[in-house]
Design a protein around this ligand. Structure first.
Ligand SMILES: Nc1nc2c(ncn2[C@@H]2O[C@H](COP(=O)(O)OP(=O)(O)OP(=O)(O)O)[C@@H](O)[C@H]2O)c(=O)[nH]1
Ligand SMILES: [Mg+2]
Length: 385
């Protein structure tokens, strides 16, 4: 009997999608792979489905139920930590529950680790080579290419596909450390994993990209449109926290600083404000004050949404952050009025100069308040502002 392999399967609201018959078939056909199914606060019958499957395979399948939903990254991390500490597993990995990559491919991943002692990490890669069956929506494939190119730049590592939900690790001190701390990112933790591996002194020679024989884009994805915007913010965070390895990179990191992201979002919000103003006045026949109010509201919500997902990559509840964001926005309007008044009435400065100074002051104050209060980002997370 070969060394044991333990596979973590993150499961969130998978009751309708989990093909337990395929799990049974796989477990019946191989005896040196165990499964750890991780459910974190699913709201459907996932917990019962997982317990049933575990009940049928005592000693081979375990269901781990985490108290509340923390996202795929944290579910995988908690699962891998448990799988690595449960002893006698030489390899630990994670696999998407939708079996986009069939369980039968696990052995091919294990063979790579057995054959190449230098390799610590095997990444499944969805490359459409002859003889492979890779079924991906064209839009996801193109987005995936763009994402992989960005990840390669950020990591300074020519990686072809970071997001395939099938990965295997050789259990050892370095790979244990990869999962020791919670991830910054919720969805693109795969990229963060590689950044941590490089940060740990690993290099490209320890990572192996394995083109999978089969991959199928299974419907019912948990990825939301906001996650794509969030991924950009998370990528900036990963670059800033792990990959400032050269002077050029440190200079580039300045461009991705949260304050720069905040300013950029402010500019986008202002642009939306003016676009809605002009559209509603020129084309919809609204009066200028109505157009201005609609524009300000639209601009504020775009501003809020982008700052939540892109600038601060927040995980806090909207009902907390939105009300605070509006308070900060109101404070900004008040401060703007006060400063323009001060400039014109008290100091006799031209109103436009006053407005420019006010805009700058509101930008800096707004950033500091939103960072420390609204989205309450702890300083350690991204180092300097
Ligand atoms: N435990 C847990 N698992 C999650 C969570 N979100 C997603 N997952 C699991 O992560 C895996 C991938 O999710 P999918 O919805 O298939 O995502 P996808 O669209 O295929 O995205 P890719 O992983 O990029 O292919 C599935 O096994 C999900 O159940 C979560 O919040 N908690
Ligand atoms: Mg999937």
């Amino acid at each position: 009997m070969g060394a044991r392999t333990r596979i973590v399967v993150p499961c969130y609201n998978e009751a309708p999608r989990l093909d337990t018959a395929r799990f049974d078939r796989y477990l019946g056909a191989c005896d040196d792979v165990d499964l750890l199914l991780v459910n974190d606060g699913s709201t459907d019958a996932t917990a019962a489905v997982l317990d049933e499957l575990a009940g049928r395979w005592p000693g081979r399948v375990e269901a781990l139920h985490l108290e509340r939903n923390g996202g795929k990254a944290e579910a995988v991390r908690r699962g891998v930590v448990a799988a690595m500490s449960a002893g006698e597993a030489a390899h630990v990995g994670f696999w998407d529950a939708d079996l986009a990559t069939p369980l039968e491919s696990i052995q091919v991943f294990v063979d790579v680790l057995d054959r190449l002692p230098r390799v610590d990490v095997v990444l499944g890669s969805r490359v459409q080579l002859l003889g492979r069956r890779i079924e991906r929506k064209a839009s996801r494939r193109r987005l995936g290419r763009l994402f992989a190119a960005t990840a390669s730049l950020v990591l300074d590592l020519p990686v072809r596909d970071t997001q395939c939900g099938a990965k295997l690790f050789r259990v050892g001190p370095r790979t244990r450390r990869l999962f020791a701390e919670p991830f910054l990112s919720r969805w693109i933790f795969d990229v963060e994993l590689l950044a941590r591996y490089l940060d740990e002194g690993g290099d490209g020679g320890g990572i192996y990209e394995l083109p999978v024989d089969q991959w199928e884009d299974v419907g019912g994805s948990k990825v939301r449109p906001a996650d794509f915007v969030r991924a950009i913010g998370e990528m900036a965070q990963i670059f800033r926290v792990y990959r400032q390895t050269t002077a050029t990179r440190r200079a580039l990191a300045l461009l991705t600083a949260p304050f720069i992201r905040y300013t950029g979002v402010g500019a986008i919000g202002t642009l939306i404000h003016y676009l809605i103003l002009i559209t509603s006045v020129e084309w919809l026949g609204a009066s200028a004050p109505i157009g201005a109010a609609l524009g300000a509201t639209g601009g504020a919500f775009v501003n809020y949404w982008l700052n939540y997902h892109f600038t601060f990559v927040s995980a806090r509840r909207h009902r907390e952050t939105l009300s605070r964001f509006l308070v900060v926005a109101a404070l900004g309007i008040g401060l703007s009025w006060l400063l323009v008044r001060l400039a014109t009435d008290a100091l006799g400065i031209h109103y436009f100069v006053g407005q420019l100074a006010a805009t700058l002051a509101v930008l800096v104050l707004g950033y500091l308040l939103n960072r420390s209060w609204t989205f309450r980002v702890d300083a350690g997370r991204e180092g300097s502002p």
